[in-house]
Design a protein around this ligand. Structure first.
Ligand code: GLU
Length: 423
């Protein structure tokens, strides 16, 4: 990648770490902990950087850089996905691991936050190369991960096949079958019903609850979804099934918008496995323009830093539900909250994935598997309780939804660190 773009991207990630730290500090203040607690929680406790040599199909060796961050393991093992992306960097993985602690805290899962990433572009690699890289990554980080230490999962551009290779590699290293080492596996290898669609299901539940609070009927609602990856595409399907009109979608190439509603079934059918579809159309607009189009509910489900101080005053939606990690800057959060726009923050809205991952891990530990209905019902209950807790915290402390979700999310980690005598 061009060095300029890389430097910009790294700076953006450092800014994200800083704004995450800022809100964590405020949240800790509201909970009545001292600055020492902030000192502990402001950075991951462990950060491993690895170099992974992989034999490529042309016979040459390429060395990839990978990361694994473990924010805090006072509550229990750390947990979080592994992303494969050319722009992954250390600061981004750090911030993402802190958000995983918040997600686990909000849903009340017995985990701390973790996250991993490999700097690579799977869109340009063969399946064999991706398999060798996935296995190489597990060998490189095997010392610090495991079913009772740190449990990886899918994230951007990783899927159940990659989880299967990683689980197999870990089991080979340990010399016993270890399904609980990783979640998001195929069903036959100990995956859980509902895991693939879990993030989108969680976002759907958040949208339903937010619409209820705002007195908006989902049947009449116009919705824009930025991003057509795992979360965005299933979400479009679920919302359309619920009777909503999906008026906008987008991918890395651009966006499609139609006030009367898009033909989602057709778009899902034409979409490739990386979520690309808009390149097939001439009438596409930019991702930037899409965000400012007419709609009731806006769902950023792509990448970070999409809603900023520049476009926040122009957003038409009355509800924003963050399916992506970090799509809204703190300045934009301020502006949008002041404008009376209801934001359901990422650490709450995107927690469905890790919630069903937790169920998968529990099933692996028990060797006893649940029905689809059981998974769906338990998830709905946990998420609705979480949404209620965040609304209650916003009300009690008279703060915006982001700060409220951090107050709820960091409480468990802080309390566990305190009881352990760390702070
Ligand atoms: N990568 C997902 C997330 O960011 C899921 C993590 C997990 O299932 O552990 O929440």
């Amino acid at each position: 990648m061009n060095e300029d773009i890389q430097a910009k991207r790294e700076q953006a990630s450092l800014d994200i770490v800083k704004s995450t730290q800022k809100v964590i500090k405020e949240a800790i203040g509201y909970l009545g902990y001292s600055d020492d607690m902030y000192e502990l929680l402001k950075e991951p406790m462990r950060m491993l950087t690895v170099r992974i040599p992989i034999r490529m199909d042309d016979g040459k060796t390429k060395v990839f850089t990978g990361y694994r961050a473990q924010h805090n393991d006072a509550v229990g093992p750390t947990k979080g996905g592994v992303r494969f992306h050319p722009e992954v960097n250390e600061a981004e993985v750090k911030a993402l691991s802190m958000w995983m602690s918040l997600k686990a805290g909000i849903v009340d899962l017995p985990y701390g936050g973790g996250k991993g990433g490999i700097v690579c572009d799977p869109r340009e690699m063969s399946l064999g190369e991706i398999e060798r890289l996935s296995r190489g990554y597990v060998r490189a980080i095997s010392q610090i991960v495991g079913p009772t230490k740190d449990i990886p999962a899918p994230d951007v551009f990783t899927n159940s096949q990659i989880m299967a290779w990683m689980m197999d590699e870990y089991s080979l290293i340990r010399e016993f079958d270890s399904p609980g080492f990783i979640t998001g596996k195929p069903l036959v290898l100990g995956g859980s019903h509902g895991r693939e669609t879990a993030t989108a299901k969680g976002v759907t539940i958040c949208i339903e609850e937010a619409a209820r609070k705002k007195g908006l009927d989902l049947k009449d609602a116009r919705i824009i979804i930025q991003g057509f990856g795992n979360a965005g595409s299933f979400l479009a399907k679920f919302l359309q099934e619920a009777g909503a009109k999906i008026v906008g979608i987008s991918d890395a190439h651009g966006a499609l918008y139609d006030y009367e509603g898009l033909d989602i079934e057709y778009l899902l059918d034409r979409r490739d496995s990386f979520g690309t579809v808009t390149n097939l159309f001439n009438n596409r607009i930019s991702n930037k323009d899409l965000l400012e189009k007419e709609c009731d509910i806006l769902v950023p489900a792509a990448v970070a830093n999409q809603l900023t101080a520049n476009n926040a005053p122009k957003i038409k939606a009355s509800i924003i539900v963050e399916a992506a990690n970090g799509p809204t800057t703190l300045e934009a959060t301020e502006i949008l909250s002041k404008r009376g726009i209801l934001i359901i923050p990422d650490v709450l809205a995107s927690a469905g994935g890790v919630t069903v991952s937790y169920f998968e891990w529990v099933q692996n530990n028990q060797g006893f598997y649940w029905s689809k209905e059981e998974v769906a019902e338990r998830m709905r209950q946990l998420l609705i309780d979480s949404i209620d807790k965040v609304f209650a915290a916003a009300e009690k402390h008279q703060v915006n939804m982001r700060l409220a979700s951090y107050i709820v999310g960091i409480r468990k980690t802080a309390e566990a660190s305190h009881f352990r005598g760390w702070v």
